[in-house]
Write a protein that binds this ligand. Structure first.
Ligand code: 5RP
Length: 234
């Protein structure tokens, strides 16, 4: 067994989600290290014939690359009128199954795909479960580059502490798949995520924020018990 418990939980929960996909489904493919396992297992199931005729809609460049690598056929939202199931990760999950997403700066495309799905399943390891959103993770906000300064000022007026997300192994800010920037916003407390989601999106220049409220159908939580990975439903 691998020594890294977080990796083990992600793997197990990624597989559990892939097992819920049925042949013939249109599948929203999430972004991040947990859904990377789901995409891998979906590809494996297609290869063994356990699964047939699924078609994926990627939520990011990362998901698209992985789907191609594992042999999952892809389509776009222009070509289909529904999504049967979307599987995606999260950075925080509260007891009402509301989420903070956007750790991979993909939350705009993720929100479009995840909200369209008839069933939206979230896959996380147990470290992502919180009593209140914003406890450990800031709210990512995708911003059109020319509006960065006024958006950051408007967020400060709302009581948030905005920070432009900087690249790793790349000088300067993170640029999203759509050519925009991300501001990570720390709030002291988030009492009403639904209102905050709308308020942030009303600032001119904000494309989308990482609060996902009232949309999750099921959370699969990976845990390690007695040294073994297990999956709990929430
Ligand atoms: C990307 C996301 C991811 O789903 C989220 O960051 C979780 O990632 P991981 O599975 O690597 O922990 O929202 O924008």
């Amino acid at each position: 067994m691998t020594a890294d418990p977080i990796k083990l939980m992600k793997q197990e929960v990624g597989k559990a989600a892939a097992d819920r996909v049925q042949s013939g489904s249109i599948v929203g493919l999430g972004t991040g290290s947990t859904t990377a396992y789901t995409i891998q297992f979906l590809g494996d199931h297609l290869k063994t014939g356990e699964l047939k005729d699924i078609i994926g809609i990627p939520t990011s460049f990362q998901a698209e690359v992985l789907a191609k690598q594992y042999g999952i056929p892809l389509t776009t939202l222009d070509a289909v009128d529904h999504i049967d199931i979307a599987i995606d990760g999260a950075d925080e999950v509260d007891p009402q199954k509301n989420l903070i997403k956007g750790g991979g700066a993909a939350h705009t495309r993720e929100k479009i795909v995840d909200y369209l799905a008839n069933q939206f399943i979230v896959v996380v390891d147990s470290s992502k479960i919180v009593e209140r959103l914003g406890s450990s993770f800031p709210v990512p906000v995708e911003v059109i580059p020319m509006a960065i300064a006024p958006v950051m000022r408007a967020i400060e007026k709302l009581g948030g502490k905005p920070e432009l997300r900087m690249g790793v192994k790349k000088a300067g800010p993170v640029i999203t798949d759509r050519g925009n920037m991300v501001v990570d916003v720390k709030f002291d407390t988030i009492n009403d995520p639904a209102t905050l989601e709308k308020t942030l999106n009303n600032i001119p220049g904000v494309l989308e924020n990482g609060l996902f409220v009232g949309v999750t159908d099921l959370v699969l939580v990976g845990e390690v018990k007695n040294g073994e990975p297990i999956v709990r439903e929430m």
